[in-house]
Design a protein around this ligand. Structure first.
Ligand code: GAF
Length: 389
């Protein structure tokens, strides 16, 4: 839907009078550095041109009215600024409400209510950060509407993460909200999640494209297994801290991990920590390779990342492994891996320009034969972070 169509829909729902404003916040794809953001490691995501749109108008009272053009059947969901508590019945509106709650928690009083229409074009359940984009969108709406000039885009990312962790119950790291808030066209963000220092790295692949393949599966253990992995890493870190002075798993080199790993008493926890340490080092090496224009090495590191996520971190699944195995075996594919939280969702691959059509046709065909439903493919355009339209 275009901005004009969304505004027309907004006026049809809420009436034609009064000034409306339009906003956008993107989803993200992570190129490498997976499950490192809550382990003090590095990540390398970029913002997509897909994302979540918001049309907003001020109200004079404290009411909040929400409508999603993606969930038309739910109609207008009404609540108020005095009811910022999680509520299962409130459905998707718990995301914007969580961000409002997190602003108020920081002392930013929201003086009046809003009418909001939301529309997102990130495929549902794809793991391309539709919820983070909704959180960042809400943060930008509040900053702009209420003139919170002291709130930076990084603050908005942190507020989004706080709302996800403490209002919506998913113990995620900072990567998704950071990418949505801070994305830059044609660049990926090399972010040290320990310090929040970051740099933009140009992603201009002359003879290749980044292709996302959506498996169209989302296994139900996503949230619980995510929180379990995080817990396993925290326990492994405590065990290592008994024998060495580190703050996060991201502080360790591979050699240091190998020298001290026996402090971790459980073999499963050892594998989890190994992934966190090795994946962080892989992300650092991959960014250096990209800076040297060595896309082949970048691709090999992506393949190694998948192997580690599959066998050591165990966050892949059969459907994703089919996609990755097919991609990695195909001529013209430089690298392929699962991206995002895992247990379904998407893969990300680097594919030579002249191999993209074959990639889509061939993998599409074999995947459907093996799994029984179609995959979807998106050739990535790297876009900017959240903005006013
Ligand atoms: C999800 C989380 F939200 C991120 O914080 C990150 O941990 C990612 O999974 C795995 O890298 O998207």
């Amino acid at each position: 839907m275009t901005k004009e169509q969304l505004i027309a829909k907004f006026k049809e729902l809420y009436g034609a009078d009064g000034e409306v404003r339009a906003y956008f916040a993107p989803g993200r794809v992570n190129l490498i550095g997976e499950h490192t953001d809550y382990n003090g490691g590095h990540v390398f995501p970029c913002a997509l041109t897909l994302g979540t749109y918001g049309i907003v108008r001020n109200r004079e009272d404290r009411k909040l009215r929400f409508y999603s053009a993606n969930f038309e059947k739910l109609g207008v969901i009404e609540t108020s600024l005095d009811e910022l508590v999680p509520d299962e019945k409130a459905n998707w509106t718990n995301y914007p409400k969580g961000v409002m709650w997190a602003f108020e928690k920081r002392g930013y009083k929201l003086p009046h209510g809003l009418d909001i229409l939301i529309y997102g074009n990130i495929p549902n359940g794809s793991g391309l950060s539709s919820s983070a984009s909704l959180e960042v969108l809400t943060g930008l709406i509040l900053k702009d509407t209420f003139g919170f000039d002291g709130v930076s885009m990084i603050d908005i990312a942190l507020i989004g993460q706080d709302s996800e962790n403490n209002f919506n119950g998913c113990n995620c790291g900072i990567m998704d909200q950071f990418a949505s808030a801070m994305g830059k066209k044609d660049h990926a963000i090399f972010l040290d999640t320990n310090t929040l220092n970051y740099e933009y790295a140009p992603v201009v692949l002359e003879d290749a494209k980044i292709v996302i393949t959506n498996s169209k599966v989302k296994h139900s253990l996503v949230d619980s297994a995510y929180n379990d992995r995080r817990q396993e890493c925290e326990t492994a870190l405590k065990e290592l801290q008994e024998v060495m002075d580190i703050k996060t798993l991201g502080d360790l080199t591979e050699e240091e991990y190998e020298a001290y790993k026996d402090a971790i008493k459980d073999p499963i926890r050892q594998k989890r920590a190994k992934h966190a340490v090795y994946e962080n080092q892989r992300a650092i090496r991959a960014v250096a390779a990209l800076k040297d224009n060595d896309v082949e090495l970048f691709g090999k590191l992506m393949n190694a990342s998948h192997e580690s996520l599959r066998y050591d971190y165990e966050v892949s699944c059969e459907e994703i492994d089919i996609l990755v195995d097919l991609a990695q075996a195909m001529p013209g594919v430089l690298g392929s891996r699962i991206t995002g939280g895992g247990f379904g969702g998407c893969t990300v691959s680097i594919v030579k320009n002249d191999a993209v059509d074959h990639f889509v046709d061939e993998i599409g065909k074999i995947y459907e034969e093996k799994v029984g439903h179609k995959a979807e493919f998106y050739v990535v355009d790297i876009g900017d972070g959240a903005k006013t339209l």
